[in-house]
Design a protein around this ligand. Sequence first.
Ligand code: IFM
Length: 459
Amino acid sequence: MGQESSDQVSALAFPPGFLWGAATSAYQIEGAVAEDGRGESIWDRFCRMPGRVAGGASGEVACDHYHRWPDDVALMEELGLRAYRFSIAWPRIFPTGGGRPNQAGIDFYRRLVAALRERGIVPMATLYHWDLPQALQERGGWASRETALRFAEYAACLFERLGHDVPLWATINEPMLVAYAGYAGGTKAPGLRRPRLLLAVAHHLLLAHGLAVGAYRQLVPAPSPGAHAGIGIALNLRPCHPASPQPGDVRAAATLDALTNRLFLEPLFRGRYPEAALRFFGRRTLRLPALPGDLAVIGAPIDFLGLNIYTRTLATRDRNPLRGVRALPGPGPRTAMGWEIYPPCITEALALATEYTPLPLYITENGAAFADRPGPDGAIHDPSRIAYLRDHLAAAHKALAAGTNLRGYFVWSLLDNFEWEDGYGPRFGLVRVDYATLARTPRASASWYRAVIARNGLA
Ligand code: IFM
């Protein structure tokens, strides 16, 4: 990779100290699902259900990061990353969801965190990136309040052991997808098609978040103001636009926004669920299982808000009264996931978050899957990924120039990895992984990103 001087002046300079990183998650990269006492997760189980995951794939080996993490940390250093967002596998720490913690699991993350810190890479740990211990699923999973209580214990255990070494913590990754894809659409683990559970699942995820924040305040010293430190949550915000100017579609966009974005923002920052979402669910006789005091727990002050931003959604009215609204992809060019490439999704999602909070914001995920292959010289040219990242970063810069409190940006993903129900098809990595040999090869986008970090901005 080319050497760039850090004092180069860039056309789109980011603020000093802006945190440049890349992200991954445990089940998507670690493999070693039966090693060192790790328990079964809902994804291990889901992957064994016939027809649920493309090609019958699973995270059994994934990128073998569990064994190759020293090489992966060396790669991060080569890339010049200032931060790395990873997730902790709950079943490695509590193989059956509770009881006594598994020391071998804790040690794995302790070693990883120490290696990151030695290289000056700021660790951001996510506590829940979708790999629930299967034993808790058998007791109802997120539809049960008990899971939120067990999550608070799991979080406290990690704050006690790693709270001083990990400056940034995200509680839950994308609660919206956990609820809708896991319990209503059934496309993600645990694969349930029981939309009636939606509101309970969303509420218990938020409650788990709030309880973990409470534990953090008791166990970890308050972060110094201005530092990249503290606790937050990673929401996936998708700006919703009407598919047409028809009043039905305009209403559909507002409803979809309430059901997907504001369903999480509003309780976190305003101590209530959005009226439009409650009306929508109420008409379908879904009940919120909130106990007195829950909303205060959920609204416990946090230190930052993480945002996973990829695209926007178009909304249209669905004449099926059970559904009411339908999400459509936009008309623009698409990534290999079929997601519309729409860079203003960054400015719009940041504006939506800013409506709710003046807190520091981090883009905890942004990136794209594209099909590419190594050329005859072995190099991997991925101009589409570079263009995607450049245009989305330019949008982030625009938001910064308008005063948005954006403090950092994490590319999804460091490595190609297990893309959930899509198996190993879509490749999001700055670094290509050859799944036959597990060899890692940085793509052209990795050199490009390295240069962006070195000059703290876009050329
Ligand atoms: O791979 C996922 C990640 O686990 C959560 N956010 C979106 C990514 C791309 O689909």
